[in-house]
Write a protein that binds this ligand. Structure first.
Ligand code: F0G
Length: 482
């Protein structure tokens, strides 16, 4: 039942200009110019070594002032446009009924097509509310791979997450174009075994962060919709990077080349029943999120619950000015020049690393390049935290900050208490939107290459402090002896 789709060779996707520019071999540059700059610090190796020890070899615990190029995350780290900043000045900070809320509501309805919206301070605020409303204790929540906060909220609400992503997603060397796709057979097996009533909803992310930023195809979403409708199961969409996913459909899926990204985004959303959004990614804001649904009853409950956890339903933990910046950012996120440059910059870095023979997840994802730590450091066992140590070594090398996405991020199985052992043991070089230039990407690629040259001398880590929830944020490590 796998949807047909192209395999993606990397070179075919390294497009940063539009087709016309490509045919005429015209150079490409960022579709914006810089109006304000933020100075960043260079550090010495000694300073970085001290900072790493202080941070327990966890890049989350490094002060950002000691970071040169910050690729920890693309979340809340983007540069806002002059229009967004102008919108910030138009904040209506009324407790109830802020004009910016109505603007945001309209932007979401127009761009995504969902009917009812509830703002939240960020994505996980929406996940908390929606999970509590839609999951009954003992139910399953199948999804196309997990995301850390999403799965935790599903579990805290009494649900059990089941991974139904296609097997290709777990193989960093498989170049299938749409590795975010759902394996419909896996979903069917779950339905047959437990019954549709035991399934709270299907949780679908566009794109799939933990798989390396891999997109879902439209054909797969349509098949999923049909199967879920047949069994009366809802689909909840983690739409955090939906514009990036739509761009990949436009570029690679047959039949979509002449459609706008906006049009594809709307169709993706129309195939789902509701969504949670971290607006800190696609929507180009430093803080914000929302949940959006088409079902009035779910909306009513969410609108009531948001008051308990976030704030009144017309601000959801945000200032009026934040909602205005989000409304404007949503519009900018689906502009063709923007999305092409955004994904194009990630591909530029990916191509540099591939050309240098560095093991990365293939195909290159849309929001970052993911180093394959198992292949980079094959001499380390997974319990020596290869991705964690690789992120630390990259910081030590050059002050570039990346993030572990492997065994530490995966956490522990709540029933057995043992680690989850994910197939993918990755270091994520996540690219903020509109914040860095191609020159920064060159520096990053060279830094990774230098670490690769001395990879054989790198030893593992042991965990010396482990928090109970989302341990990767605050866990501490020490170096194992050589
Ligand atoms: N879903 C996905 C796919 C995400 O990538 C994130 C956050 C969330 C939900 C939660 O949203 O942070 O606004 O509460 N991802 C960030 C990252 C943290 O670095 O990938 P949030």
């Amino acid at each position: 039942m796998r949807s047909p789709g192209p395999s993606r060779t990397l070179n075919a996707t390294m497009r940063v200009g539009n087709k016309d520019m490509e045919q005429r071999k015209i150079s490409w540059a960022e579709p914006y110019k810089i109006k304000m700059v933020e100075l960043i610090a260079m550090t010495t190796r000694e300073q970085r070594e001290a900072a790493l020890v202080e941070a327990g070899y966890n890049t989350f615990l490094l002060p950002s002032e000691k970071v040169y190029i910050d690729l920890l995350t693309d979340s809340g780290t983007s540069a806002m446009s002059d229009r967004q900043w102008a919108g910030m000045m138009m904040g209506d900070e009324a407790y109830a009924g802020s004009r910016n809320f109505y603007h945001l509501e309209k932007a979401i309805q127009d761009t995504y097509g969902y009917k009812y919206i509830v703002p939240t301070h960020q994505g996980r605020g929406a996940e908390n509310i929606l999970s509590q409303i839609m999951i009954k204790k003992g139910q399953f929540v199948p999804g196309n791979m997990y995301f850390t906060t999403t799965r935790l909220h599903q579990e805290l609400a009494g649900g059990t997450f089941v991974d139904i992503i296609i097997d290709e997603a777990h193989d960093p060397n498989n170049t299938f174009a749409f590795k975010g796709n759902v394996d419909l057979n896996k979903l069917q097996v779950l339905i047959d075994k437990h019954g549709a009533d035991k399934i709270a909803y299907v949780s679908i992310a566009t794109t799939v962060n933990m798989a390396g930023g891999q997109p879902v195809s439209m054909a797969n979403l349509k098949e999923l919709r049909a199967l879920c409708t047949k069994h009366g199961i809802s689909i909840i969409h983690d739409m955090t990077r939906v514009a990036e996913n739509a761009y990949m459909i436009q570029q690679l899926e047959p039949g979509h080349a002449d459609r706008s990204v906006q049009d594809i985004v709307k169709e993706i959303c129309s195939l789902t029943d509701g969504a949670t959004m971290s607006a800190k990614k696609d929507a180009l804001v430093n803080i914000g999120g929302f949940l959006a649904v088409n079902d009035w009853d779910v909306f009513e409950e969410a609108r009531n619950m948001v008051v308990v956890y976030e704030g009144l339903h017309t601000y959801g933990g945000l200032a009026g000015r934040d909602m205005e910046a989000m409304a404007i950012g949503i519009g900018e996120s689906v502009q063709e020049d923007h999305i092409r440059a955004r994904v194009g910059q990630v591909f530029y870095l990916g191509k540099k690393l591939l050309d240098a023979g560095i093991p990365i997840v293939k195909p290159v994802g849309t929001h970052g390049v993911f180093l394959d730590a198992k292949a980079f450091l094959p001499h380390l066992k997974q319990t020596a935290f290869p991705a964690q140590v690789l992120a630390a070594e990259l910081y030590l090398e050059s002050g570039v900050r990346a993030m572990e996405r492997g065994i530490v991020s995966a956490g522990r199985n709540k029933d057995t208490g043992d680690h989850y052992y994910p197939e993918l043991e990755l270091v994520r070089l996540t690219i903020p939107r509109r914040a860095y230039t191609q020159a920064h990407m060159d520096v990053v690629a060279e830094s990774v290459e230098r670490v690769y040259e001395r990879r054989k001398s790198i030893t593992g880590l042991k965990m010396v402090y482990e928090p109970k929830y989302l341990r990767f944020f605050q866990a501490r490590f020490e170096r194992l002896p050589a």
